[in-house]
Every structure is written in C-alpha cells, then in structure tokens.
Design a binder for this molecule. Structure first.
Ligand code: NAD
Ligand code: UD1
Length: 347
C-alpha cells in the first residue's frame, strides 16, 4: 500500500511526512496540549528519536491522537504539581495547551485567561526549575488590527479579543523569563494553522468550510468575507517548532506564517472549486473580536530560524480533500498515514 495515497499535485513535504531543516534527537521533551491538533503532529514527529511526554486535559484533544510511543499525562496546565511532575528531567517544552478559540474566549474570558495566561506562567515556572527550553505557541492574534501589512514583530500589540490579550501576556511572560531568569525561550506567533486532524466545533475556517462543502451545505461567511488571513499548514508549523528548539536566537518572538493572505470569500471560492460542487455561500453577522486583516512578514523567521513555509494553500486544501475522499471509500487510516500527518477527523 502506498504510504499516503495523494495526487501528484501535493508537495513532497506532505507526501513524505515532514522534512526538517533542524533536528531534535535524544532529548526528553514535553508537549503540552499534545493531544490536540498542532501538539499531536509535533509529538508524532518527535517520537522515536526522543523521549516524548504529552500533558493534556483532553478538553479539545483526544487520547487517540497521541502516538503509542508517547507518554500521555492527563492533567491541567494550571496545576503546579502536575506540571512539575510532567517537566521532571525535561530538556525542551513545547507549550501548545490553550483555549484556542477566539469565540470561546469572548464567551468566557476568565476561563481562557486561567488556561492561557496562568497555565503559561505555571509552565514557565516549572521550566525555570527544570532549566528547560520553552517554545511557546503564541499567535498572530497578539497584533489585533495591525497598522501595516505584512505585520512585523515590531508592530504594537493591540489585541481585539480576550484570546489575543491572553496571548500578549503569555508571549511577554515567556520573553521576560529569558531576560530575568536566563532560561531559553522562543515565542512562535502562528498565523492561521490548518491541516489534517483539526476537529471540533471551533476547528478553524478551512475545516469548517470543507465539512460543509462535503455535506452539500452552504458555507457560512461571517461578515462581508473581505477579512484576510495567512493560512499556514501544520507541517510547516512543526518545522518551525523544531527550528525554535535548537536556535541560538532565543529570547524573542517570530511570526510563523507564509507571507501570503486570502480573503475569506476567496477561501470559500477555492474550496468550492476544489470540491467540484456548486457550493453556496451564506453571509452571517461578523464575529465579535474578529481581526480584519492578517499577513505575516516572514523574513525574520527565515533569516534567524532558517524557517520558511513550504506548503501552498492550494496544496494543503487538495491534500485535505484527498484524505476525505479516501475516507469516504473505506478506512484510510491504517497504513495510509505518514509520520506527523494523521488523517482528518471527519466528525
Ligand atoms: P487544539 O485545541 O487542537 O489543542 C489545544 C490542546 O490543549 C488540546 O488538546 C486541549 O485538550 C489542550 N488543553 C486545553 N486546555 C488545557 C489545560 N487547561 N490543560 C491541559 N491541556 C489543555 O488547538 P491547536 O490549534 O492545536 O492550538 C495549539 C496552540 O497553538 C494553542 O496554544 C493555540 O493558541 C496556538 N495557535 C493556534 C492557531 C491555529 O490556527 N490553530 C493559531 C495561532 C496559535
Ligand atoms: C485562528 C485560531 C486562533 C489563532 C489565530 C491566529 C482557530 C480556531 N483559531 O483564529 O487560535 O490564534 O487564528 O491568527 O484555529 N469564519 C467564517 N466562517 C466560519 C468560520 C470562520 O467566515 O465558518 C471567519 C472568521 O470570522 C474569521 C476567519 O474566518 O474572520 C478565520 O476564522 P478562524 O478560522 O476561526 O480563525 P481566527 O479567528 O482567525
């Protein structure tokens, strides 16, 4: 059986799993949120060559996303004793656990603060004790509506949502821990991530649109659809994390995006074309807290981390569709999954 039956259009990065510029081997690593979308890809990539632990409370993640070779510690990142236990002997922690949805943070800001800010502080404290490097999942949401595009890391942080405010605090705390306590820290400001394994009601717009298009339902665009996003494939996000794990350029933040953006209307049209159907679009009220425009200046990550995104939006979407088509015709999971790239969840 071919390891991953996809069309010729899909780049070698997706076909062959994740090729990396910088490697992490023979380390003890902790991935918080490793049962979730990005964290599970990262844990899978690191497993085999490292001792990998995942700390996750399974609120949005699932135990079946955690590879067999990885130790799952079920617990909360805000619980100091649990985090200390998980961090014991750890060289590098990839801190992914968070309330990820802007909408959820708008509905319950104290909860997202507890997880996203208090949780990050708990991880930083434990990392300080263990002298572990911290690679933090920050976000483009820290910028809110930037004054100029593409957005550089020197742009003022003016978040538009409680989630964005949480990430400003987490990002600032992380960098302050290097300045104050000398532990190595890198904050990665991911732009909009997508790829196989994104799931749940707050899964992100690409997964939401694909689910609807495949079900023959209209795509729901919030607001006028002229808002823009820089969509980055999860395999590229994993590569950025690996680069951050070994770089000498720590104590700072990097934008992790492609440097390209599309409007939500353009995205709907691409998904309509790629799914080959007469996909209808329905406009709904704009979402509170929604950022208008977002596009990364990607040169700093390229120059200092040696990181550049490789998977184009079309390639990434075509890959997701081919996985769904395969799933429609029987089980595609066993033997058809490349390292680091589990199948989409079709819920
Ligand atoms: P996800 O929801 O799939 O993963 C988050 C994981 O954290 C889940 O497995 C969840 O169960 C776990 N978790 C939540 N609260 C927890 C807690 N209190 N204790 C322990 N575990 C907890 O989301 P994702 O898309 O994989 O996001 C990973 C990280 O990347 C997050 O920090 C998110 O803010 C950041 N990020 C994501 C995107 C994106 O587009 N998906 C963009 C920018 C930044
Ligand atoms: C996403 C991430 C967030 C991250 C940020 C970085 C998710 C769930 N959220 O937020 O963690 O920090 O990127 O930039 O991955 N939309 C529709 N119809 C839909 C769904 C969404 O029109 O059915 C619109 C939204 O209103 C928004 C855009 O699509 O304008 C993107 O939304 P979404 O995928 O939820 O991501 P962000 O809110 O940008």
């Amino acid at each position: 059986m071919t390891p991953f039956p996809v069309g010729a259009h899909v780049s070698s990065d997706i076909q062959s799993g994740i090729s990396v510029d910088s490697d992490v081997r023979d380390r003890t690593v902790l991935v918080t949120g490793g049962a979730g979308f990005i964290g599970s890809h990262l844990a899978r990539r690191l497993a085999g060559e490292n001792e990998v632990r995942v700390l996750d409370d399974l609120t949005t993640g699932t135990a079946d996303a955690v590879p067999d070779a990885v130790t799952l510690i079920e617990g909360n990142v805000t619980d100091r004793a649990t985090v200390e236990r998980a961090m014991s002997g750890v060289d590098i922690v990839f801190h992914q656990a968070a309330v990820v949805s802007v909408e959820e943070s708008v509905a319950d800001p104290p909860r997202s603060h507890r997880v996203n800010v208090d949780g990050t502080l708990t991880v930083l404290e434990a990392a300080r004790d263990a002298d572990a490097r911290v690679v933090l999942a920050s976000s483009a949401a820290v910028y809110g509506d930037p004054k100029s595009l593409p957005v550089t890391i020197d742009e003022p942080m003016t978040p538009r949502s409680p989630y964005g405010a949480d990430k400003v605090a987490a990002d600032a705390y992380a960098r302050a821990y290097e300045a104050t306590y000398g532990i190595s820290v890198v904050a990665l400001r991911y732009f909009n991530a997508y790829g196989p394994g994104q799931r749940g009601p707050y899964s992100g717009v690409i997964e939401a649109f694909l689910r609807r298009a495949v079900a023959g339902e209209p795509l729901t665009v919030h607001g006028d659809g002229a808002q823009t996003r820089d969509f980055i494939h999860v395999s590229d996000i994993v590569r950025a994390n690996l680069a951050a794990a070994t770089t000498d350029h720590t104590g700072t933040a990097y934008n992790i995006g492609t440097g390209e953006s599309v409007t939500v209307n353009e995205l709907a049209a691409i998904i309509g074309e790629e799914t080959g159907g007469d996909t209808d679009v329905r406009h709904e009220a704009a979402r509170p807290g929604d950022v208008r425009h977002s596009r990364a200046a990607a040169d700093r990550a390229r120059d200092q981390l040696g990181f550049e995104a490789r998977v184009s939006l079309r390639e990434g979407i075509e890959d997701l569709i081919s996985r769904r088509n395969i799933s429609d015709h029987g089980p595609a999971t066993e033997g058809s999954i490349t390292q680091g790239l589990p199948d989409s969840d079709d819920e």
